[in-house]
Ligand binder design. Structure first.
Ligand code: KG4
Ligand code: ZN
Length: 358
């Protein structure tokens, strides 16, 4: 029988962020992230450099997370880590560290699927980021964030994945739509690179979109069946369009930067929202969540809020710090696995690809 309020230390190292978090029951006591600026100059994550940076960062980040949480090593009931999917070299650093620590402390080890983490970040005990106006009255004090009710649809959009997930229970999920080529985050980053931005360019497109006209330039939408996505045609479309325009006017990008960003963002968001509308209508589900790095995008958050209003959805948007990769989401997933005593043993290994179904 497991105890009621476990304290879990979680480690996330699947890509280029080293993160450690401490969770008590469903509340986050600390969630620290060390990013890696080294990749900016290369236009993408360099796996070798990422592994090396994880090695340098992991001990200080874990130490700081424990200190910030105000706990001692002895208080930890389980160690969780990201098993995959992700960059193998990066995953190995977190996996090895977690295995050693669980052995040293003699506590259970929990291997978490990174993609479950993005979805289950919605179950962290949290408060609303913005002050709510309810019936025209400003409520004072923080409002506890609502958690999605099962079954719900989660659109997980990150640098490596674009998935529509039917979430039936905390640990029971099914991918019902996915990208057949590039991920949404990749589309943002590749378009950003064409515009001259450093990696990751997604947040910079978002920033410039604020002052741009979303309908100034139009790009063709992909034609894919079911609930799947495709972004590679859009990428090529943007590339050819820019090449043509720059040939006629070498300053085209600089002169139209905000409008280009707004139009590209509008197109990507529109592709995502159209499929969400389709799936919710077909399945008759009104609970709709977004997750993953791209869920930090202001255009997507706004579009989801507006569509949610017109379609009568209950929408769930994660707090910014839980959108991009973080260990808090690994910790909350581990908490549900802890309750079912789904523990790993010391033979567990990191995996670049992990089957989604449990
Ligand atoms: O979930 P995440 O941190 O890492 C993966 O698991 O891939 O997602 C990173 C992705 C990157 O492609 C990044 O450009 C994108 O999320 N991203 C954004 C924004 N913030 C992060 N894309 C558009 N707008 C943003 N505000
Ligand atoms: Zn991620």
């Amino acid at each position: 029988m497991t105890q009621k309020e476990p304290i879990i230390l979680a480690i996330e190292s699947s890509c280029d962020d080293t993160s450690a978090a401490v969770l008590k029951n469903e509340s986050i006591l600390s969630n620290l992230i060390a990013g890696q600026d080294v990749h900016r100059l290369y236009g993408g994550v360099v796996p070798e450099l990422a592994s090396r940076a994880h090695l340098q960062n992991i001990l200080p980040v874990v130490d700081a997370a424990i200190e910030k949480a105000g706990i001692q090593l002895i208080d930890i009931d389980a160690i969780a880590f990201t098993k995959g999917p992700g960059l193998l070299g990066s995953l190995i650093v977190g996996t090895s560290f977690a295995k050693s620590l669980s052995m040293a402390l003699d506590v259970p080890l929990i291997d978490v699927n990174h993609m479950y983490g993005h979805v289950l970040a919605h179950f962290i005990d949290d408060e609303e980021e913005e002050t709510k106006v309810s019936d025209g009255v400003l409520t004072d004090g923080p409002i506890k964030k609502e958690k999605p009710k099962f079954p719900f649809i989660c659109l997980t959009v990150s640098g490596g994945h674009t998935q529509i997930i039917l979430v039936k229970d905390h640990l029971e999920m099914e991918i019902i739509g996915t990208t057949i080529d590039d991920a949404a985050g990749e589309a943002f980053d590749k378009a950003a690179k064409m515009l001259g931005f450093e990696y990751p360019g997604g947040p910079l497109i978002d920033k410039h979109s604020v002052n741009g006209a979303p309908l100034k330039f139009t790009f063709t939408r992909p034609k894919v069946g079911g609930y799947d996505f495709s972004f590679s045609g859009l990428k090529t479309g943007i590339l050819y369009f820019l090449q043509k325009q720059v040939k006629e006017n070498p300053s085209f990008i600089e002169e139209n930067l905000d409008d280009l960003c707004a139009s590209i963002q509008f197109t990507i968001v529109d592709i995502l929202i159209r499929q969400l509308k389709r799936v919710t209508k077909d399945l008759g589900i009104q609970e709709v969540a977004i997750a993953g790095g791209v869920s930090a995008n202001s255009g997507l958050r706004k579009a989801l809020t507006e569509t949610g209003g017109s379609c009568n959805w209950n929408i769930y948007i994660p707090r910014f710090e839980y959108c991009t990769d973080n260990a808090a989401m690994i910790a909350i997933t581990a908490k549900f696995m802890f309750e079912q005593e789904l523990f790993a043993d010391q033979t567990v290994t990191a995996m670049a690809r992990v089957p989604f179904a449990r």
